[in-house]
Design a protein around this ligand. Structure first.
Ligand code: NCD
Length: 321
């Protein structure tokens, strides 16, 4: 019997497993109708203790497009968390209401604590400033599809590299691929945390840190923009000072390679001028679209319902834990 599997970090899957997941996501993109009933009778719970548009709704869209149903809450203050219930107790009960759960929480590690008591797969939908593995799966699929490979490129990560969990997750995942050059573009106060730099040093992976976009723009194959994470700041003054530090506009885009493409996990605030949206190099809305395909593939994988398991029925069992 297979063990119950959760997704806490993008490296919970091997590179080979990720390749397979992305193949499934690509197949879904091309043959969506074939997947319309794969999850008939299954239920996804979304337990979101922090605001979200794309992550929660793309999970819901993914399950609905697979023929399943969804339930959950979008705000911890409307759940029993407001009465003091722990995530462990909540997930225990959710295990009887649903077959799989996506959870977002402001506390780092909370989805992991929940997973320990869960009878169903738990997916980390973002835990504080720590990790955001399903955004990373979305980002990797986008790079694989648009750039054509997950190896051999220069990526610039720009903005709030200190608090941005999408950046932390993406760098962690990319260290398993070959010949990637990292350029970290941030103000002094929002530099990438030292544990990320230690991880790169330990693997002998070079990186560069700069403060202006202009000085590195011509070198980049991919520019990953991020918003300054207002909710993680301790004081409003610092946020106001830093929030418009980078604004990508058509003037700066003149310095970029013709084939460089721009990613952003969204939501965007001011860091990308709307005039860029029609530039063929702007990939951020396509990225959101890929997020649905990859979450569909992930739900099927964690429920053991990708094709090789389809005929064997549900392998999960409470006794497998
Ligand atoms: C990101 C997040 O929640 O970390 N958004 C997302 O899930 N697409 C990025 C952000 O909020 O800035």
């Amino acid at each position: 019997m297979e063990r119950l599997r959760h997704l806490m970090s993008p490296t919970d899957f091997t590179v080979e497993e990720l390749d397979h997941l992305f193949d499934v996501a690509e197949d879904i993109r091309k043959n969506m109708a074939d997947y319309a009933h794969k999850c008939d009778g299954k239920i996804l719970a979304t337990c979101f203790y922090e605001p979200s548009t794309r992550t929660r709704l793309s999970f819901e869209s993914a399950m609905l497009r697979l023929g399943g149903k969804v339930l959950g809450f979008a705000d911890g203050s409307n759940s029993s968390a407001a009465k003091g219930e722990s995530v462990s107790d909540t997930i225990r009960v959710m295990s009887y209401y649903a077959d799989i759960c996506a959870m977002r929480h402001p506390k780092e590690g909370a989805p992991m604590v929940a997973a320990e008591k869960s009878l169903i797969p738990v997916i980390n939908g973002g835990d504080g400033g720590h990790q955001h593995p399903t955004q990373t799966l979305t980002d990797l699929l986008t790079i694989r599809s648009l750039y054509g490979s997950l190896n051999n490129f220069t990526i610039g990560l720009c903005g709030d590299l200190k608090f941005g969990r999408t950046v932390h997750s993406l760098i962690t995942a990319l260290t398993r691929y070959e010949n990637i050059n990292y350029v970290f573009i941030s103000p002094e106060e929002l530099k990438v945390p030292s544990y990320i730099k230690e991880m790169l040093k330990a693997k002998n992976i070079p990186y560069k840190q700069v403060t202006t976009l202009e000085e590195v723009m011509p070198d980049l194959d991919i520019l990953y923009m991020t918003r300054v994470q207002k909710e993680r700041f301790f004081n409003e003054e610092d946020y106001v000072r830093l929030k418009d530090f980078y604004i990508l506009d058509s003037q700066k885009m003149k310095l970029a390679k013709e084939k460089m493409f721009i990613m952003h996990p969204l939501p965007r605030v001011n860091e990308i001028a709307v005039e860029i949206d029609d530039d063929p190099r702007a990939a951020y809305f396509r990225q959101s679209e890929y997020g649905v395909f990859v979450r569909m593939a992930l739900i099927l994988t964690l429920l053991d319902m990708t094709d090789e398991h389809m005929n064997q029925g549900l392998l999960r069992h409470p006794g497998d834990m």
